[in-house]
Design a protein around this ligand. Structure first.
Ligand SMILES: [Zn+2]
Length: 235
């Protein structure tokens, strides 16, 4: 494998030289990161808001090309928040925070109980739990009927276990649906995600709640647009 950089911002730390000539041994996901396991380390790809990996595709805003023995993968990113990065060992994955789907219910509850403040910022903090972005935090809190501004210390352990169950269920469904395409996300074959049609609160301000029929409300929490049902998710 080798990497051709088409934009300097796509990879800040000399990635092409570190990756050159290595063999891809595996591919996995951790949190929001896509990891190519190479002989001497890992190539970490973070798509952020508008990044995509396209197999043998052109893309509209190509930033880097990962050359394979046969064919290539284009890293395309309109807004340029995504990146390619080198991780020298698997231990560095620990710094990315524990993956939401690998964390046990007890570990999740203990992590949440160890922190002060409100629930939503804690769920967005990738060092607390890795893998949830703005959309999935709102959807998970709706499923668990927890208000996004609820104070962590006042949420019972039982409800944290229920929230952990909601997160696992939600992420499994979202992955199976190819994710959520809000503006332009596509997978490596160019297919759009379909999970957005199953969002219960995110992006549905003023529409009836799927559970009680009352209007979904939008507020700002942690500087992020936040959607919830005031009737189903009591503060
Ligand atoms: Zn409701």
């Amino acid at each position: 494998v080798s990497v051709d950089l088409l934009s300097r911002r796509a990879a800040p730390d000399g990635v092409p030289g570190l990756v050159a000539g290595q063999v891809i041994r595996g591919l996995r996901r951790h949190g929001k990161h896509i990891l190519f396991e190479l002989g001497r380390g890992l190539l970490d790809v973070h798509l952020r808001m508008t990044g995509k990996l396209l197999l043998n595709g052109n893309g509209t805003h190509p930033r880097a090309r990962i050359m394979l023995d046969e064919g290539f993968i284009v890293f395309d990113d309109i807004r340029q928040f995504g990146y390619l990065r080198w991780l020298e060992s698997a231990e560095k994955i620990e710094n990315l925070g524990p993956d939401a789907l690998n964390l046990s219910s007890n570990e999740f509850a203990a992590r949440m109980r160890s922190r002060k403040g409100r629930i939503k910022p804690a769920l967005l903090d990738q060092s607390m739990v890795s893998g949830l972005g703005n959309i999935y935090v709102d959807e998970a809190l709706f499923r668990a009927r927890i208000h996004p501004c609820a104070t962590l210390r006042r949420i019972s352990v039982r409800r944290l276990h229920a929230l952990h169950g909601s997160i696992a269920e939600l992420l499994a469904e979202a992955i199976a649906s190819g994710g959520s395409t809000i503006s332009n996300y596509v997978d490596s074959t160019g297919a759009r995600g379909t999970f957005q049609s199953r969002h219960k609160v995110y992006g549905r301000e003023g529409e009836p709640c799927a559970s009680c029929g009352g209007p979904v409300k939008r507020i700002v929490v942690a500087q992020r647009g936040t959607h919830y049902c005031p009737r189903c998710q009591r503060a």
